[in-house]
Design a protein around this ligand. Structure first.
Ligand code: MG
Length: 202
């Protein structure tokens, strides 16, 4: 399986990192070794002093597809989840400054937290609230209406470049409020009132 991530999909988050609003979705990949499942603790790697959480809606692809039209994209997923795109922000800033690929700062082991999956029919995908709590305080809040590119637009665009296969995950971008984690922090993510993950920073 592969993990496809969308960058710069929420205007307020683009502004907080002083980036430009892109003309089309920004795409990057994480390897399957990036996954961190089942509320396992996350340990901060030694190569960074500034790991940021980025909470994101995630969809799981259920059938193979290529050149998927937007109007059929909804038939390619049934289940949604919430995840974290952990980012070594210090390393990413260095790589960006040199115009180099982000992979080391984004795709390292356990950088892709994934929560439980629920059927999309449980929710209104056009008006979906989600949030991240750190040590009991809300640090990020988002709504699917704030996405520059919708889930279906993302699937269509991504599938022009990468064949989507059963079990692939797409992380759909983070709203504003990203910030650092420290050893001992407790992170809990919700879609609406459903707790999707709960884990500690080791
Ligand atoms: Mg992200």
């Amino acid at each position: 399986m592969k993990i496809i991530c969308i960058g710069r999909n929420y205007v307020e988050h683009i502004h907080e990192l002083n980036n430009e609003v892109p003309d089309e979705p920004v795409i990057f990949l994480k390897p399957d070794t990036a996954l961190l499942r089942e509320n396992a603790p996350f340990f901060i790697p030694e190569f960074t002093q500034d790991v940021h959480y980025e909470v994101e809606l995630v969809v799981k692809i259920k059938k193979m597809g290529k050149f998927i039209p937007v109007q059929f994209a909804h038939t390619y997923y049934d289940d949604i989840s919430l995840g974290i795109d952990f980012t070594a922000r210090d390393l990413q800033s260095k790589l960006k400054a040199k115009g180099l690929p982000w992979e080391k700062s984004k795709g390292f082991d356990h950088s892709a937290v994934i929560g439980k999956f629920l059927p999309k029919t449980d929710f209104d995908l056009t008006n979906l609230n989600f949030r991240l709590e750190k040590n009991g305080e809300v640090v990020q809040k988002g709504n699917s209406q704030q996405m520059i590119n919708s889930i279906d637009q993302i699937i269509s665009h991504v599938s022009e470049y990468f064949t989507l296969k059963v079990g692939d995950y797409i992380y759909t971008g983070t709203p504003s409020g990203v910030g650092p984690v420290s050893s001992g922090d407790k992170l809990v993510g919700f879609i609406e009132t459903e707790e999707m993950f709960r884990f500690n920073i080791g």
